[in-house]
Design a binder for this molecule. Structure first.
Ligand code: PEP
Length: 256
């Protein structure tokens, strides 16, 4: 399986800044066949970047979209509008869950709409600091994985990516801590078991599982070698071009 390195730019960069970043990154990195590089700019920059991106080198992800294809939904963009522009969409990021109050029902509809529109959902799951402290990690992960994938059929499950992002390890979280590789391995194993129970052994192995939470060039290698981890979702460090390029380089090295 390929490695996936996803840069989530969140609400950062103007369209011009995003365009310059992409231009420089494309010049800096070669075409790595076994590392899929994905950047997720703001929705406003997607169209511009889709016209300049070298799709052999990298792909675009949206950070969010609405589950209905069209209609009276002021302010939203749909997965059908993203077709031909973005290949991936981040869904269920903890900032969407906790700031914008998206629950598993909402997330499930978005995952279904993404798959229906041939956009690969990157479904984020992860426990908060207090859920972890109360020993609820496994239950939270199970609810979020089963809830998020409820509308995905056996036929489509290999068109989904899951990102395990413990909320307490995300760099913008007050008191963020680094997740230990052992702890990540345990949760990733649990996610594979949930997938296996729902979709069968073979299919479960084909679903890429990424890790996200304060990833940077110095810890990327350790996280990429956690058993069962197929890539990284990077927030803060992806805003610094040299750091993001270094993480891609580490992924290439780990792969070979
Ligand atoms: C994220 O918010 O998805 C994330 C992983 O952020 P950071 O890398 O900054 O912790």
């Amino acid at each position: 399986m390929k490695s996936y390195i996803v840069g989530n730019w969140k609400l950062n960069f103007t369209v011009g800044e995003a365009s310059i970043y992409l231009h420089k990154l494309q010049k800096k990195i070669p075409n790595y066949r076994d590392v899929e590089v994905i950047v997720a700019p703001s929705a406003l920059a997607l169209q511009t970047l889709s016209l300049q991106i070298d799709r052999h080198k990298m792909k675009l992800a949206a950070q969010n979209a609405y589950h209905r294809d069209y209609g009276a939904f002021t302010g939203e963009i749909s997965f059908s509008q993203l077709r031909g522009i973005a290949d991936y969409c981040i869904i269920g990021h903890s900032e969407r869950r906790y700031i914008f109050r998206e629950d598993d029902k909402v997330i499930q509809k978005k995952v279904e709409a993404a798959v229906r529109n041939k956009i690969t959902p990157i479904l984020c799951v992860g426990e908060t600091e207090s859920e972890r402290a109360f020993g609820e990690t496994a239950d939270v992960i199970r609810d979020q994985v089963i809830g998020g994938l409820a509308e995905v059929s056996e036929e489509d499950i290999d068109k989904v990516i899951i990102a395990y992002e413990p909320v307490w390890a995300i760099s913008s979280t007050k008191s963020a801590k680094l997740a230990a590789p052992d702890e990540i391995a345990e949760v990733v194993k649990l996610i594979r078991k949930i997938l296996k129970d729902a979709y069968g052994e073979k299919t479960a192995e084909n679903v890429p599982i990424l890790f996200g939470g304060s990833v940077n060039p110095s810890n990327a290698g350790a996280y990429l070698t956690v058993p069962g981890v197929n890539g990284l979702l990077v927030g803060g460090s992806s805003l610094i071009l040299t750091e993001f390029a270094d993480i891609i380089e580490v992924a290439k090295r780990v792969k070979s």
